[in-house]
Write a protein that binds this ligand. Structure first.
Ligand code: GLN
Length: 206
């Protein structure tokens, strides 16, 4: 119990940064490049990068369908930025052939923050387990979450000119964010995921 490694999908993107974030919390990490590496994981992280490139690589590694099934079957999963795009039920401005893991009931628009705000760093407000000190958040060609399903909980929001927009959300065993907590030194978001992994692990042993 509690010994299953956490996978980091290691096809493209900021794999090393997620690995370090998880290792900072004392977790064992396994880089996932093959179907066999999915076996026995306690959870998996889908890093930021480029969701269309990751999609092509998922297909050529034969990982697209096994990963989709693992997510559907309840493997705790955390996607950041491109990872959020892969996990969304509906992708706007995506490529028709990009992989959709359908892990979380929301609509996301790729690169939705637009050209003027291609990349930016700001402060966001946490909710629930992240209430308290605001978090620094780095957005890079970030997707915008345009609609949330009923069972999706907002864990952090960004203030915009038109109100607030969710930037970190959770539904059941899936956590997804449009920014990059792996690029800052605050580990609170990875801690939330670690707690989700621990409680799924505990449920599995009952
Ligand atoms: N725009 C990228 C995509 O669609 C995501 C960017 C990122 O992960 N920083 O996949």
């Amino acid at each position: 119990m509690g010994t299953a490694p956490i996978g980091v999908l290691a096809l493209q993107g900021d794999v090393a940064e997620h690995r370090k974030s998880l290792e900072d919390l004392g977790l064992e990490v396994r880089l996932v490049k093959t179907v066999a590496a999915l076996d026995g994981l306690g959870g998996i992280v889908l890093p930021g990068g480029e969701s269309t490139a990751i999609s092509l690589l998922l297909r050529s590694a034969g990982l697209a369908e096994p990963l989709r099934l693992a997510v559907q079957r309840g493997l705790p999963t955390f996607g950041t930025c491109a990872g959020l795009v892969l996990l969304a039920r509906t992708i706007r401005d995506g490529r028709d052939d990009q992989v959709q893991l359908d892990g979380i009931d929301l609509i996301v628009r790729r690169n939705g923050f637009g050209r003027q705000r291609n990349s930016f760093e700001t402060t966001i407000a946490g909710r629930g387990p992240l209430a308290g000190e605001p978090l620094r958040a780095i957005f890079i060609r970030a997707p915008v979450i345009e609609h949330l399903g009923m069972d999706v909980e907002v864990l952090a929001e960004l203030e915009t000119e038109d109100g607030t927009t969710p930037v970190l959300v959770r539904s059941g065993h899936v956590l997804a964010g449009s920014f990059h907590p792996e690029l800052t030194s605050d580990r609170r978001v990875h801690e939330v995921f670690a707690a989700m992994v621990a409680s799924a692990d505990l449920a599995g042993t009952l």
